[in-house]
Ligand binder design. Structure first.
Ligand SMILES: Nc1ncnc2c1ncn2[C@@H]1O[C@H](COP(=O)(O)OP(=O)(O)O)[C@@H](O)[C@H]1O
Ligand SMILES: [Mg+2]
Length: 604
């Protein structure tokens, strides 16, 4: 691994010690157990079908032995009954085999698909619930690789490997028992091949686990690189980063190909040795068997049955090798998926939620709040009281901690020490659904979901919002005019070609969405920064009425927005260094006055 793509994904590749390996295995097994538990009755039915199939399969060679040893001699003296019964019986076992196998494959296919569906839903729902802190650490590319390549590898195992595994194990056990019943010494010779096979399988399991972990990690890195490039495609093209991205991608893909090749080389070695052991066993058994027939201590029919059984005995080993392969790959995938499912939201829903007063007044208090993102302290100890209904503008240099304060109010993070309270209730004690109703945050990157403009505005209020509510909200923020000019007005699909909204228009839509949600506390983090001057003036006009009756925290770069606030807080390195009504601060000789004089000539 060379320097250039280190840190693409912070997953440890090489150094998995025994304890960690065991922990991973337990975690995967727990997940698999919980997935299979809901399918228990169908799994039992599938196993039942398999058992029936095995009985039919085992009966076949036995009937042939009887036909050779008893049926034919009887037929030679004129009694054809036994021979006909044997042949008819054989035909019936063939039919039973066909029917049970087909029923089994259909059932097991359905079980596999349901398990995957369940897992896919779980992963998606879980990832959505995880906190922002998780998403900043675990890139979307890694989540995508869990949902795609890891799930695919599980799918492959469930689709192909698992059936083969059950069939093989049952037939090996059944045939092994049958061999011993037919002739103990010869059966033991045939079974002796399993000793080297057992050792070989252990060796393979250990090696392949390691190799497949590497393939899972490398493919995840390939996907991460791909997703990041696509997400940042504008920057990639603007800064001509294509050649460098190509070389990183080539490197990662090469590592993945190497890891995959190594895994396949291992399979090749394993499969060929299995085949060899099988052939040697068959040869030795035949040799001894033929000798015993010549000796007279074994009938020809029993030897014929033996050979027929033996062929079926070692065939499934191939299947087993394939299964071992897809199992190793999917076990590594399962480790990764179960790791993702084990992540807990860092801002979890409270166990015993405290109800907010109804209606929520909207008083926000920072009580000795200390905060860091895991590194240096961003807020050393913030004390702040924002009375209900107040409009507060947060100003300060880039990196002062304005957005951090906003994210704490919306509880995207929890403080390291101290508490953020809404109407006297610690946010950590407020049920998530209540909090999202009470506090709405609008950010600079106004995200629109697939659907109509109206759907996107109504999102904030839920299905109860009527069209007139939607239009009223859009009017209030000055978005009505451009929306009605769209090809289908409010019903225009925002993802359709030709209906792409500009950054400013998207901001107005998300602004209307927040207004319709009618929260007690509204947080605007540079939510007006993409608006051009005329539309901002329209918003400005609406803001005053819209903000009335609710608490608002506004982070804005425009003086005009700051001036409508009741109070300005100037933040520097996570500390409030100035606090007062904007008109006072302008005349005072503090930091805000400095900002103000810098603003004045350039922006209105
Ligand atoms: N997700 C994050 N992880 C780590 N550090 C962060 C994160 N977000 C912001 N920071 C750091 O926290 C500090 C304050 O950032 P922020 O609150 O976004 O400032 P502002 O909004 O005032 O520009 C900065 O030093 C920034 O580097
Ligand atoms: Mg910011």
């Amino acid at each position: 691994m060379t320097q250039q793509w280190q840190g693409v994904a912070a997953e440890d590749l090489d150094t998995i010690d025994v304890a960690t390996g065991l922990r991973l295995a337990t975690r995967s097994r727990r997940l698999l157990g919980s997935l299979l538990r809901s399918q228990l009755s169908r799994i039992s039915a599938a196993v039942g079908l398999l058992l029936a199939d095995q009985v039919a399969l085992l009966a076949g060679p036995l009937l042939i032995a009887v036909a050779i040893d008893r049926g034919i001699p009887a037929a030679l003296v004129g009694r054809t009954g036994p021979l006909i019964w044997c042949i008819a019986g054989y035909a019936v076992t063939g039919l039973a085999d066909a029917l049970t196998v087909s029923a089994f494959l259909r059932l097991s296919g359905r079980i596999g698909q349901d398990v995957l569906l369940d897992l896919r839903e779980r992963v998606f729902a879980h990832v959505q619930r995880l906190s922002l802190a998780f998403h900043e650490r675990y890139t979307s590319g890694r989540v995508i690789s869990r949902l795609t390549s890891d799930l695919d590898s599980l799918q492959e195992m469930l689709d192909k490997g698992l059936d083969g595994f059950f069939i093989s194990v049952l037939s090996i056990v059944g045939i092994g028992a049958m061999l011993l019943v037919l002739d103990i010494p010869l059966g033991l010779v045939a079974l002796a091949g399993f000793i080297p096979l057992g050792l070989l399988t252990r060796w393979y399991r250990r090696r392949s686990q390691h190799t497949y972990r590497a393939t899972r990690t490398w493919i995840a890195r390939v996907i991460v690189q791909f997703v990041e490039t696509m997400n940042g495609i504008r920057a990639v093209q603007a800064f001509r980063r294509e050649p460098r991205n190509v070389s990183i991608m080539d490197g990662l893909s090469g590592e993945f190909a190497d890891a995959e090749t190594e895994a396949l080389r291992l399979v090749a070695r394993f499969t060929s040795i299995v085949q060899l052991v099988g052939s040697v066993s068959v040869a030795v058994t035949l040799l001894l068997g033929a000798w015993r027939v010549l000796d007279g201590s074994l009938t020809l029919g029993v030897l014929a049955a033996f050979v027929l059984y033996l062929r079926r005995f070692y065939d499934p080993l191939d299947e087993l090798a394939m299964f071992a392969n897809s199992y190793a790959s999917s076990a590594a995938a399962l480790e990764k998926i179960s790791g993702l499912l084990d992540e807990r939201p860092t801002v979890g829903d409270p166990v015993a939620p405290v109800a907010l007063p109804s209606p929520v007044r909207g008083e926000v208090v920072f009580d000795g709040v200390r905060f860091s993102y895991g590194g240096p302290e961003i807020l050393p100890a913030l004390d702040l009281v924002i009375p209900a209904g107040q409009t507060v503008a947060l100003v300060g240099a880039t990196g002062a901690g304005k957005s951090t304060v906003a994210k704490l109010v919306a509880r995207f993070y929890d403080p390291v020490a101290g508490a953020v309270r809404l109407d006297g209730v610690d946010l950590r004690a407020v049920a998530d659904a209540d909090l999202r109703r009470a506090v709405v945050m609008v950010t600079q990157e106004s995200f629109l979901f697939a659907g109509s403009v109206a759907d996107n505005i109504a999102l904030g209020a839920g299905p109860s919002a009527s069209r007139s509510d939607v239009v009223a909200a859009a009017r209030a923020v000055g978005a009505d005019e451009f929306i009605t000019a769209l090809p289908n007005g409010y019903d225009t699909d925002v993802r359709k070609r030709g209906a792409r909204l500009s950054a400013g228009q998207r901001q107005l839509v998300s602004f209307a969405r927040a207004l319709l949600a009618d929260p007690a506390v509204l947080v605007l983090d540079e939510a007006t920064s993409s608006l051009d001057i005329p539309s901002e003036q329209a918003v400005q006009a609406a803001l005053a009425t819209v903000l009335a009756g609710r608490t608002a925290l506004i982070i804005a770069h425009r003086l005009s927005t700051v001036l409508i606030a009741d109070r300005v807080l100037v933040l520097s390195d996570g500390d409030v260094i100035e606090d007062g009504p904007p008109t006072h601060l302008i005349t005072a000789a503090g930091p805000f006055a400095t900002f103000h004089s810098a603003w004045h000539p350039s922006l209105t």
